[in-house]
Design a protein around this ligand. Structure first.
Ligand SMILES: NC(=O)c1ccc[n+]([C@@H]2O[C@H](COP(=O)([O-])OP(=O)(O)OC[C@H]3O[C@@H](n4cnc5c(N)ncnc54)[C@H](O)[C@@H]3O)[C@@H](O)[C@H]2O)c1
Length: 252
């Protein structure tokens, strides 16, 4: 269990915050006394999640219905954080998904409708780029900040049906290096956290790993919070895999 005391009073912008890791992360930051601008395209789930967090007291959650494919929505989220709290300490880009599943379109890349291909690239890659572009100026101005992008082992493995998912995730491995280079002299760190299977959905238990199990959602989120904390002030530009040994398995 990671020490969350330093998150009291911290301000986070979290995408994909209505479910899974983004929701767990928002809950933990607010429970520690921090604030979270929770961004998600699913307004109903988002508003319900934020209300549930706020009913508990401690820190505050600000729901911000947003589509990460729209830069104007990223700017809206950053503006909300600055209006309510005056700064952004942490950005975590969790919004994403495997396009064959998210668009209900299971077929090889060469048959995928162009809308599915666009979804895979735009949500998984451009969404993180847009939010970093919108939130980073406030961090640079303050002389500190942390940006964490969620990768995936598919960014190493590739996928014949969800080719954009893997392409976008490997793009993020490089994107955080660019962010790290741009941010270093302004005290801004950036890195990728790259999961194997995580139990945000029961079906993830079926994905093969060396250890024979998937990670719990909270384990991934605690890893993100540790890497984002002051204890990790030497970490930037890097990619941190937590995959239960998935990438170390012998090829079948
Ligand atoms: N769960 C896993 O096993 C796993 C493994 C590797 C990588 N990841 C990555 O980790 C991240 C979080 O995964 P999760 O399982 O917690 O996800 P999740 O599916 O539980 O949540 C994703 C959230 O993103 C939101 N979203 C989708 N499209 C959006 C858009 N256009 N704009 C704003 N929000 C949008 C969804 O509404 C949803 O609330 C994702 O980027 C995923 O690719 C997950």
């Amino acid at each position: 269990m990671v020490d969350l005391s330093e998150y009291g009073g911290r301000v986070a912008v979290v995408t994909g915050a209505a479910s899974g890791m983004g929701l767990c992360l928002s809950r933990k930051i607010c429970a520690a006394g921090g604030s979270a601008v929770m961004c998600d395209v699913n307004g109903e789930a988002l508003n319900g999640a934020a209300a549930e967090i706020n009913a508990k007291g401690a820190g505050h959650a600000y729901p911000c219905v947003s589509d990460v494919r729209r830069f104007a929505d990223a700017e809206k989220a950053a503006a909300l954080a600055l209006e309510k709290m005056g700064r952004i300490d942490l950005l975590v880009t969790c919004a994403g998904g495997y396009e064959p599943r998210m668009c209900n379109s299971v077929m090889p890349f060469y048959e995928q409708p162009i809308e599915v291909i666009d979804w895979g690239l735009d949500v998984n890659l451009k969404g993180a780029v847009y939010f970093a572009r919108a939130c980073m100026p406030a961090m640079v101005k303050a002389g500190k900040g942390v940006i964490c992008c969620l990768g995936s082992v598919t960014g190493f493995e590739g996928d014949g049906n969800g080719a954009m998912y893997g392409t976008a995730k490997s793009g993020l491995f490089n994107f955080v290096k660019g962010l790290a280079q741009a941010g270093a002299k302004h005290g801004v760190r950036a890195f990728c956290v790259t999961p194997g299977p995580v139990m945000t959905r029961p079906s993830m238990a079926g994905m093969k790993t060396l250890l024979g199990h998937a990670a719990e959602t909270e384990e991934l989120v605690d890893f993100i919070l540790f890497l984002s904390s002051d204890a990790c002030r030497c970490i930037t530009g890097s990619n941190h895999v937590m995959d239960c040994g998935r990438l170390s398995m012998q090829p079948q």
